[in-house]
Design a protein around this ligand. Structure first.
Ligand SMILES: [Zn+2]
Ligand SMILES: [Zn+2]
Length: 431
């Protein structure tokens, strides 16, 4: 069948199920779960795979999954990515009252668009070469580091980010390229967008140990770990003027433990932070300065400090050829598709982009600010249905006619990190 006719069939198939797709988005919005704990979400997504009769593998990186539209082993394989995790923002008006968890980064929309793209592609899969994988990936938001550090110590995961873990466990070994999606509130009235780069980062868990004693009676016998942490943070601030604008450095700490009882001098303080930047050398350079400052805080009051640096995400560079294919398809669905520039946020799509061709769509349909109590779903067709069409028809371009376009993209791609050297490379990032 002619390629345009295939695209038409896929778009019609998605439109025919629009109501069901919107219900999936609504259902997922109601079961927000933070990274590596997305059990209900995984169950929901896998029930959809089963309904479609897709062969799938699950429990990848604890809650992740891969559903194959065609027989496993056909290549090239294009994966459509949906991030399973939510955030923990208890001030959001729709946060789960028990947990404080809420989808205010909009990842529920990605999972919806991923499934819906699969619904569309299922209708034409036999007309395409290679394979299509719907991939539910856990833990994009690198949060709750104490919890994840425990998972690492218990041997349940090696990396704190879900896509990092997928690369590490070999879940990406039969995948040739990935396309994701993400909502945004900055499309200036447009419905879809493409392009742009993002910062990478090193994640940090810092533990200050002091000596507890009665805060009123015997502070002279104590070592105040909270003061050590505060001085460490101030030292890092004093380095900010040395950061170059073009490196887009960000350092943002939080204290997750800052003592236990108010009438004792705090002796056990935990800090989580990221050092973000646009390039690996910039991140490493800023990280060294921040570590010096964090150590100096401990030294100033005679506390002890344990610095646990964790490989965060790699700077994200969309594959330029793959991104053009996506962009051209978006332009068949809507008139204006703005190009993104550099974001100082980060994503583990960055890690995917270092090992195989990767890009992602951005979609509107939300209002307010991401990670914020103002984040809200506004236009469900724009947020769930339209991106599914864009993803699906892009896959048609990639896999049509002996998958010639996909093969061209694979041939021109040069990995920043060879897949089998990923763990080693990431370890070097923090040395
Ligand atoms: Zn986010
Ligand atoms: Zn996000």
């Amino acid at each position: 069948m002619d390629k345009q006719a295939l695209k038409r069939r896929v778009i019609d198939a998605i439109d025919a199920r629009a109501e069901e797709i919107i219900k999936i988005g609504d259902d997922l919005w109601k079961i927000p779960e933070v990274g590596y704990r997305e059990y209900k979400t995984a169950e929901y997504v896998e029930a959809q795979y089963e309904k479609m009769g897709w062969y799938y593998e699950n429990k990848l990186g604890i809650t992740g999954s891969k559903a194959y539209l065609k027989e496993k082993g056909s290549r090239p394989t294009v994966a459509i990515v949906g991030e399973l995790d939510s955030l923990d923002v208890p001030t959001h008006p729709e946060a789960d009252p028990k947990t404080g968890w809420v989808h205010c980064c909009g990842h529920h929309a990605q999972v919806t668009a991923m499934l819906a793209a699969g619904f569309g592609l299922d209708v034409v899969k036999d007309e395409l070469d290679g394979n299509i994988v719907m991939m539910g990936v856990p833990a994009e938001e690198l949060i709750q580091m104490d919890f994840r550090n425990k998972l690492v110590e218990d041997g349940k995961i090696t990396f704190m980010g879900g896509k990092q873990e997928f690369i590490h466990i070999g879940a990406m070994d039969d995948i040739d390229m990935t396309i994701g999606s993400h909502s945004t509130g900055s499309l200036k009235g447009a419905k879809l967008g493409t392009g742009g780069t993002e910062n990478g980062f090193i994640a940090k868990l810092t533990k200050y140990k002091g000596i507890a004693a009665h805060a009123g009676d015997h502070p002279d016998e104590a070592v105040n770990a909270l003061n050590a942490a505060l001085l460490g943070i101030m030292g890092a601030h004093a380095n900010r003027e040395t950061f170059r604008d073009e490196d887009h450095i960000r350092f943002h700490p939080i204290l997750t433990k800052a003592g236990s009882i108010v009438n004792n001098v705090p002796a056990d303080v935990h800090m989580e932070s990221f050092v973000r930047g646009a390039t690996v050398p910039a991140i490493k350079g800023a990280n060294m300065k921040v570590n010096n400052a964090l150590r100096a805080g401990a030294m100033a009051v005679g506390a002890e400090v344990e610095l646990i640096d964790v490989p965060g995400y790699m700077p994200y560079h969309r594959d330029p050829v793959l991104d053009v294919v996506l962009r051209e398809n978006c332009l068949t669905l809507t008139d204006f598709v703005p190009l993104g520039d550099h974001s100082c946020g980060s994503t583990d799509m960055g890690d995917f982009s270092c090992v195989h061709p990767t890009t992602n769509l951005v979609m509107g349909g939300v209002s307010g600010s991401h990670h914020h109590s103002s984040f809200a779903v506004e236009d469900k067709v724009n947020l769930y249905v339209l991106p599914a069409k864009a993803l699906a028809i892009t896959v048609i371009d990639l896999l049509y006619d002996d998958a010639v376009k996909a093969k061209e993209i694979m041939d021109q791609f040069e990995p920043v990190i060879p897949r089998d050297e990923y763990a080693e490379f990431m370890q070097k990032m923090i040395e």
